[in-house]
Design a protein around this ligand. Structure first.
Ligand code: GLN
Length: 449
């Protein structure tokens, strides 16, 4: 049924870069066989799932939507993918994204754009836009994305689905092509919070992954905690965030409704302060490009990446392979990273950015001493039209509300609230929780459904 939905809907939405029909049919047949033998089925048995194309899956290509990796065959399977498949899920394919996850609209894919299923003249958000659109258009029930500065929560909000960025370390990054290693986190998209909780149980039930030194053990009981009441718990709101430039009235109205819904269920609302968030975008666009520059150095056309033929020297071959393989935004990020890490500029930018990182983390610690979750927008506005945001710094502002929780490492989730009165497009709230409090966070998210 999922493959039929892809055939019917994806020509318009273009969420997929590759459909793995053979893998899907094989996995589905083995679920059927287990059922016929009367075996107990695993929790995601037969659930069609899609993976962002920066995740390795043997039998598929992993391109990161870049010419640099066109035709690259996954040599092994990422832990996050493996765990979802071990839980019985059926791999339907690999989804489109901004090249190497740089972006907020999926427009920087080297192959094709993805359309927002609610209005195909608009973007699905990014960088995990293909995963969000595949779930929103009913082609798959679940999808995985990665979030370095908002790339799960912002597309989830643009497409009206639930998207969770777990706390840093909860989900293994092994086999996911690195962007900013201290910020990257894998998480699920689903239509309901319960679907996301089921995916989280599959992703975490085997405990920490020895192949990712930053992965941690955490209690894998997301579904069991879903019905925990919000009554008696405290939700923080941040008044100064509601003055963020570009925040639209319909999003502001949505957040007011979400606050009222939580209050009506017995949550207490308190005002908290996160003053350093104002510097989060600036700090992120120092830290993330530096890490990206370091991570993407491996794509030299020799160790990894498309190799330019017929060059007179190795230096020329590397230069041409990189010049032809990377798109504009990927080049911009790497040039920025190279500059920021060079001597002289390091002290001026990189070091202060790390200091801001500490300040943001302290702000959160202070805020979470007073509340159990923080309510804020997921995105300043609803989905924009293709080409509408062409200035890169304007595009970077799309993550005004999401970046800080990558910087501090705490979990956060985007929950759809309905359609905006002005744009008619999905509006979401974002809930953020303390680090490793992701089970409780999903219980709060459920209270908004
Ligand atoms: N939009 C942000 C960026 O372009 C975040 C991307 C992401 O989370 N992968 O870097």
């Amino acid at each position: 049924a999922s493959l039929d939905a892809v055939a019917a809907r994806d020509p318009k939405v273009q969420a997929f870069l590759e459909v793995s029909a053979d893998l899907a049919l094989t996995a589905a047949a083995s679920v059927d066989a287990a059922r016929a033998r009367g075996e107990a089925l695993p929790p995601l048995a037969g659930v069609p799932v899609a993976f962002k194309d920066n995740m390795q899956l043997v039998g598929t290509h992993t391109t990161c939507a870049s010419r640099m990796l066109e035709g690259y065959e996954s040599p092994f399977t990422a832990t996050c993918v493996r765990r979802v498949l071990d839980a019985g899920a059926v791999p339907v394919g690999k989804t489109n994204m901004d090249e190497f996850a740089f972006g907020s609209s999926t427009e920087s894919s080297a192959f094709h754009p993805t359309a927002n299923p609610w209005d195909t003249s608009r973007v699905p958000g990014g960088s995990s836009g293909g995963s969000a659109a595949a779930v929103a258009s009913g082609q798959v029930a679940l999808a995985l994305g990665s979030d370095t500065g908002g790339s799960i929560r912002q597309p989830a909000s643009f497409c009206g689905v639930v998207g969770l960025k777990p706390s840093y370390g909860v989900v293994s990054r092994y086999g996911v092509v690195a962007f900013g290693s201290s910020l990257d986190q894998v998480g699920p998209f689903g239509r309901r919070v319960e679907d996301v909780a089921l995916a989280m149980d599959a992703l975490t039930c085997a405990g920490r992954d020895p192949y990712d030194a930053t992965s941690q053990d955490c209690e894998p009981d997301f579904r069991a905690h879903l019905d925990d009441p919000v009554e008696g718990h405290t939700v923080g709101v941040v008044p100064e965030l509601m003055a963020t430039p570009g925040l639209t009235d319909e999003v502001r109205a949505g957040i007011a409704l979400a606050r009222a819904a939580l209050e009506s269920q017995g949550a207490r609302v308190v005002e908290v302060e996160l003053p350093s968030i104002a510097s989060a975008i600036a700090a992120y666009y120092v830290i993330a490009p530096c890490e990206a520059f370091s991570n993407l150095a491996r794509f030299d056309g020799v160790r990894y990446g498309r190799q330019q033929d017929g060059c007179s020297s190795l230096a020329r071959q590397t230069a041409l392979s990189r010049a032809r393989g990377f798109g504009q935004e990927a080049k911009r990020r790497q040039l920025l990273g190279a500059y920021l890490l060079s001597s002289g500029t390091y002290d001026k930018y990189y070091y202060p950015a790390q200091q801001v990182r500490t300040l943001i983390t302290r702000d959160y610690a202070r805020a979470f001493a007073r509340c159990d979750a923080i309510l804020m927008p997921a995105s300043p506005r609803t989905a924009f039209r293709f080409g509408e945001v062409s200035d890169p710094t304007q595009m970077y502002a799309a993550d005004a509300f999401t970046i800080s929780s990558n910087i501090a490492g705490n979990g956060s989730v985007s929950v759809p609230l309905g359609l905006g009165a002005d744009s008619g497009m999905p509006v979401s709230a974002q809930l953020q929780g303390p680090a490793f409090g992701d089970c409780r966070l999903l219980a709060f998210a459920r209270a908004l459904e």
